[in-house]
Design a protein around this ligand. Structure first.
Ligand code: ZN
Length: 185
């Protein structure tokens, strides 16, 4: 498989392409490289083998972390990694001190539920660690609200697995200069 570069404007406005299983979007180059099978064919200068290996492992860990969630509709896990260390984690659920229930009787998500990445970022807000320059791993692509938190918290890379509904938030993150990797293994 040859390395394929696609202009980001075209990529993020095309739903069929953005649903591809393996791609990496580089804001400084304004390019997206896609691959059909596990990033085979994408050059190491665009996406180093070491990063691929670590991204896969941390994303697997985020998947395991998602199983902590009490939510029934969807369980999402997130990790924040900086300087080769996990500095925060989160899964979707209630704020501290509230019952671990995510849905009402009609299976609609309750308004108090925090998303996994919001939990991971706010956990850092009461720690001594900083997310500036960190990588966020999340099992499902971030919503627009969480994307704002990601940008403001100084996170520089996003690695995710599944696509969540709309793609506008991914374009928004890319425009903010965040490298995005879809690793749908
Ligand atoms: Zn969210």
């Amino acid at each position: 498989m040859e390395e394929t570069f696609i202009d980001s404007e075209i990529f993020f406005s095309s739903e069929s392409l953005a649903q591809g299983d393996f791609w990496i979007a580089n804001p400084p180059l304004n390019k997206v490289a896609t691959s059909t099978n596990n990033f085979d064919g994408i050059s190491e200068t665009f996406y180093s083998l070491k990063n691929r290996k670590m991204d896969r492992v941390y994303l697997e860990m985020a998947k395991v972390w998602a199983t902590n969630s009490y939510c029934e509709r969807m369980k999402v896990g997130s990790l924040i990694v900086k300087d080769k260390s996990i500095i925060s984690d989160g899964y979707n659920g209630s704020p501290t001190g509230f019952p671990n229930i995510c849905e009402d009787a009609s299976h609609v998500t309750l308004p108090h539920v925090l998303h996994a990445e919001a939990n991971a970022i706010t956990k850092l807000a009461k720690s001594t660690q900083s997310s500036d320059g960190a990588t966020l791993y999340v099992t499902v692509s971030p919503c627009f609200e969480c994307s704002k938190l990601i940008i403001q918290s100084g996170i520089k890379r996003l690695v995710f697995k599944e696509l969540y509904r709309k793609l506008e938030s991914l374009k928004f993150l890319f425009d903010a200069g965040i490298e995005i990797v879809r690793f749908n293994k």
